[in-house]
Write a protein that binds this ligand. Sequence first.
Ligand code: ADP
Ligand code: MG
Length: 453
Amino acid sequence: MREPIIEARQVEKFYGQPGGNRIQVIAPLDMSVYPGEIVALLGPSGSGKSTLLRMLTGLATPTGGQVLWHNKPLHGPCENVSIVFQSFALFPWLTVLENVEAPLKARGIDAVKRRKRSLKMLDTVGLDGFESAYPKELSGGMKQRVGFARALVVQPEVLFMDEPFSALDVLTAENLRSELLELWEDKKIDTQSVFIVTHNIEEAILLADRIVVLGKNPARIRTDFRVELPRPRDRKSPAFTILVDYVYKVLTKPDAGSDFQLAPTTTTPILTRERPKYQMLPHARPGGIAGFLEILSDHGGHADIYHLADDLMFEIDDMLPTVEAAVLLGYLTLFEGDSEITSEGQAFVEADILARKDLFRAAALERASLIKQIRRSLETKADRTLPDEFFLDLLEEHFSQEEAKLQIETAINWGRYAELFDYDSKRERFFMPEEVAAPTEENSEENEVGHGL
Ligand code: ADP
Ligand code: MG
């Protein structure tokens, strides 16, 4: 058995909130990085990928657990690593060459050596001729090449990358990915392993020898497996699309339990686990959910979500919340990556505007805990109003401050659409005006009788 370079043992991260609450962003997890592999850490935005990367490199201290490098606990930033950032993070006042030389200078390498090494590295990444240019004169793709050169010039044992292609246009990103793979395969870069953070499924499958998928709130490892596809990998090949579907399934499964998705034979599982937590409203708008269901209904009521996203030219990551919301409301079932509209979903699609609101109201009250909680709380107040802080405090027990705010925002959208409650943004209060007071489950029959009279 190979020795890991990095070993995270039960690492966990809490962030403190201004109110004094502590939110668990990463639940205790184990993870190792071995020599000779490209590992992709895949997860939705806000899941804690950057936080985990920072802990593995020693830039952040875990709240619990330990990070070991070659079996020794890490104290402070690790010296054998470089990080490539999405934002490039170049020094604007330095030339391309000076940017690449900077980390060597910081490590006390003499001027002649560092110039020689930097020039060679610029050559390797295709920046020959751009030595004296300044970052602002370069395109995004060229800037990221400088980012790579600067990271690689110190010959890091592990090269870390945090969404390095996310700020680039599609073609530039594709090109840079293949060039990076070529350098890695041809052993032109002097690094033992590559650790790449991404939210892009295809990117992970194109690049990685191993993929670790993170769930959210808090982050746990949903699956960790080896990709056994030969390189170069073809996005259009059946084996590739099967793998995309599999990862997509893992990402969309709300609370993956022990009944875990069967992995395709082109993978080797490493470990799997995930436990459910407080229900989280997906950040989707009712109008978006309706539009999605209409399209699905036009497709005969079922479709492979991944291919549907592709057809609609949606980033799968952007469509995820809408799909999750439809599932939460009982309008959609997901099975083996295929989505199927339910009879409730079909009824919703066929209903007119007012009837849709009625259906949405009933579904949200029955299935969306936060919506139900807000409505019930307002009903207990004589004046039918409560400050948003009341709910923010509750939510911050479970989510980060940022996420709690997003939960409130989504709840306002849903509540308004369903005419269950409204929100006064000036006073930062939820309220339930008499005219929008909809029948509740308990008294709906009486109300209906009342209407009939
Ligand atoms: P990702 O990289 O997957 O998008 P991050 O690791 O950046 O996720 O963030 C994970 C969660 O932790 C988010 O909810 C974010 O708001 C929160 N978070 C990140 N950094 C801090 C911080 N310094 N203080 C408080 N919360 C933070
Ligand atoms: Mg990040």
